[in-house]
Design a protein around this ligand. Structure first.
Ligand code: IMP
Length: 199
């Protein structure tokens, strides 16, 4: 059976060294995490059409080129009235400047253009673990909620200030990070990953 053995090294398919402490903590501190960037592994083009597809593609690429077990994630916001957009293009909607105030306005403008008052949306997180030239496991977590405009709160990141998760009255940008962490798409994906691969 496929398992992650405590103490083993895991290659995180990212070039952002700042993500290492976050990923190490997510994995309960049981693994040594190094980034694909630190091993000079180039970032692949994200050519798949789904979160799961892109997470798998990134994990397989990092595992095959490093010869070690690799972990990758792909995530984003999907808006029901926009047929799931921005979805896998969530980061790209913020442009090269990574301007999420702009990206959130874009979502609002699109909803105005189609005169929709359907505010349903959800975040998705796909997490994939791949063995070099071998098998891979991928899981997906989601949190559903409603959009609100203008953005509220200065906590969190990305689209957090316009998203009110089900069962709450405040946006992810206002809520205590511990509350977000307890019900987020990422937390739900991670629970599934732990159940599948960790003892
Ligand atoms: P990725 O790095 O290609 O997976 O892009 C994910 C993008 O989705 C991020 O840049 C954020 O804009 C958005 N996103 C994913 N998760 C969250 C979240 O928890 N809060 C707010 N935005 C998120």
């Amino acid at each position: 059976m496929l398992k992650l053995v405590k103490g083993m090294r895991i290659v995180a398919a990212t070039h952002n060294p700042g993500k290492v402490p976050e990923i190490t903590a997510l994995l309960g501190g049981h693994y040594e995490v190094v980034t694909a960037g630190s091993l000079n592994i180039p970032e692949p083009e994200e050519t798949e059409g789904s979160f799961v597809g892109n997470a798998l593609l990134k994990a397989r690429h990092a595992a095959d080129l490093s010869g070690e077990v690799a972990l990758a994630d792909d995530s984003g916001l999907s808006v029901a009235a926009l047929d799931g957009a921005p979805g896998i293009f969530s980061a790209r909607w913020a442009g090269p400047e990574k301007d999420f105030a702009f990206a959130m306005r874009r979502v609002e403008e699109r909803l105005e253009e189609i005169r929709s008052d359907d505010r349903r949306a959800w975040f998705t997180s796909a997490l994939a673990v791949a063995w070099p030239h071998g098998p891979a496991v991928v899981v997906e977590g989601q949190v559903h909620g409603l959009l609100t405009f203008p953005p509220r709160g200065d906590r969190g990141f990305g689209y957090d200030p316009i998203f009110i998760p089900e069962g709450q009255t405040q946006t992810f940008g206002q809520l205590d990070p511990a509350v977000k962490d307890s019900l987020s798409h990422r937390a739900r994906a991670l629970e599934k990953l732990k159940a599948a691969l960790m003892d």
